[in-house]
Design a protein around this ligand. Structure first.
Ligand code: NAP
Length: 310
């Protein structure tokens, strides 16, 4: 079997195309575009890349998108002060503080930031109020990556209701909200993590596997029931030739890309899974573009709600 491609780039494009007229209508009615404020701390190259894509995509869709940059030496109080400033802003409907924050800010820095961002501007869906509303399946701003996975599955006609789903990873920002979204759509959901015994055999019972752990090629064919749908959320920058050689054949597109650049972003799912799965999302071009599209959608939703038009 060669798995059907779950084309995240195409679905993300579809969502952005749908957003365009809705953003234009908001702008005409409000006299201003929906606004997104992004906070970027430090010099992490991957974060710079992600933020650059978010700004570009937001502006192309007609949103206002502003970047607040802080040096790696900034304190947590500096970040919280910018979040408070964006909380008060009349022109910003959404606030995103790019992860990761510098380690020096402490292990609970991200949580403290999530707590400060106003829930109605929390386009990342990380505030405890929004997480609580999600648990109760009530309308709220939901984390972009798991929402993007749902859009990908639904628009690609992968059945969720009644499916046995396994989510690998239990983070607050991907694994847990992913499991809740699948549960609310009537999947029977199992969450696996680093302490799950016999993870491969648990995953192999699923009709639908979503992996979000950040371990290159971890999900091998023995994790996957023939014909199951597999969504690869993992994105790990790799510059270790050994890992690349283990995963990608000489002459393959990905191996060639590594030879050219000396690094590669690699998913959790081993390429051989394509021979077993019924449908598979690639890395890159899978969940990544959807995360951005859902950020734009959440910003419009927040703007509409703040204007009282939701
Ligand atoms: P995280 O906070 O580090 O959480 C990782 C999760 O994976 C944890 O629950 C951990 O289990 C589990 N895990 C780690 N190693 C494992 C193993 N060997 N076996 C089973 N479970 C294991 O990461 P995250 O923020 O959720 O992100 C996960 C991945 O998704 C990363 O690669 C990240 O870059 C990617 N991501 C991509 C996008 C996108 O837009 N494409 C967005 C967000 C994240 P424990 O809880 O037991 O430690």
């Amino acid at each position: 079997m060669t798995a059907r491609l779950l084309d995240g780039s195409a679905v993300a494009q579809q969502i952005r195309t749908e957003l365009h007229p809705a953003v234009a209508a908001f702008t005409a009615r409000a006299g201003r575009p929906p606004g997104l404020g992004i906070v970027l701390v430090g010099d992490d190259p991957a974060s710079h890349l992600y933020v650059g894509s978010k700004l570009k995509s937001a502006r192309e869709t007609g949103l206002r998108a502003d970047l607040e940059r802080l040096p790696a030496t900034a304190s947590l109080s500096d970040v919280l002060a910018i979040a408070e400033m964006l909380n008060r802003s009349e022109v910003h409907d959404g606030i995103l503080v790019q992860s990761p924050l510098p380690e020096a800010m402490g292990t609970d820095a991200e949580r403290r930031v999530f707590d400060v961002v106003r829930p109605d501007k929390d386009v990342d869906g990380f505030h405890p109020t929004n997480v609580g509303l999600l648990v109760q399946n009530r309308a709220t701003l939901v984390a972009c990556t798991p929402s993007g996975v749902i859009e990908l599955l639904e628009r690609s006609k992968v059945a969720i209701a009644g499916a046995r789903a396994v989510v690998i990873g239990r983070s607050d920002i991907v694994g847990k909200p992913m499991a809740l979204l699948l549960l609310h759509r009537h999947a029977t959901v199992t969450i696996c993590h680093s302490r799950t015994p016999n993870l491969a055999s648990v995953a192999a019972e699923a009709d639908l596997v979503v992996s979000a752990i950040g371990r290159p090629g971890f999900v091998t064919p023995d994790f996957v029931k023939a014909g199951a749908a597999v969504v690869d959320v993992g994105t790990t920058p790799v510059n270790d030739r050994g890992i690349v050689e283990r995963l990608f054949e000489p002459g393959s597109k990905r191996r060639d890309a590594f030879e050219r650049r000396g690094s590669l972003v690699v998913g959790d799912v081993h390429p051989d899974v394509a021979g077993v799965a019924g449908a598979l999302s690639p890395v890159p071009g899978g969940v990544g573009p959807l995360t951005i599209a859902l950020l734009l959608k959440n910003t419009l939703t927040a703007a509409m709600a703040r204007a009282g038009w939701a």
